[in-house]
Design a protein around this ligand. Sequence first.
Ligand code: SF4
Length: 91
Amino acid sequence: MAQFDDIETQIYEFAKQNAEKTGCKLNPDYDIVAMAIKGIANNKKKYGEQYCSCREITRNKETDRKIICPCVYRSRELEQRGACKCALFVR
Ligand code: SF4
């Protein structure tokens, strides 16, 4: 099991609750979840927002709002390929 610091734990809890609330799941592969959570947490530490770890950050706040996890692309990706781009969330 990966060790999570405070921010990582916060984002992990958020992701778990958000998945429950929106009817999807966290990926059953814990390594993928840990990697995505750590990436999002790093962005949170660096940029102050939980930006996706597998999408490009433009540094334009307006544009980057779309990639705050859960990003605006998630529902379409879940529908089309059963997982979001980072595979943190699955159907
Ligand atoms: S692809 Fe979207 S939903 Fe998936 S981890 Fe990245 S921001 Fe979150």
